[in-house]
Write a protein that binds this ligand. Structure first.
Ligand SMILES: [Zn+2]
Length: 104
């Protein structure tokens, strides 16, 4: 019993919610939609994003597996970090931040 002969399930599912890989993104600085274009130079391992409206640029190191959305995600992360840093620097003291970093 339990003879499972049905091994005919092909694991190639395309998720319809997953949009085709996009190369243009919304700019976090000027908030224009799809004004940011991406360029991944995999030979140099540099990913570049540039907004055609306000001209802001972002560069980061990529891998051969990186996609434009990864670079964009990194940019957004960095923007948030920068914002947080700016807020914190005004309030928190340096020694406080130091002890937290050394803990990790
Ligand atoms: Zn912009």
């Amino acid at each position: 019993m339990g003879k499972s002969k049905g091994k005919a399930k092909v694991m190639k599912v395309i998720d319809p919610r997953r949009a085709p890989p996009s190369k243009t993104f919304n700019c976090p600085f000027c908030n224009h939609e799809k004004s940011v274009t991406s360029k991944l130079d995999k030979a140099k391992r540099v990913g570049t994003l540039k907004c055609g409206v306000c001209g802001v640029q972002f560069q980061c190191i990529i891998t051969s597996l990186s996609a434009p959305i990864d670079v964009y995600g990194k940019w957004i992360d960095e923007c948030e970090t920068m914002n947080n840093d700016g807020d914190d620097a005004a309030a928190a003291s340096d020694s406080d931040a130091d002890s937290e970093v050394s803990d990790l």
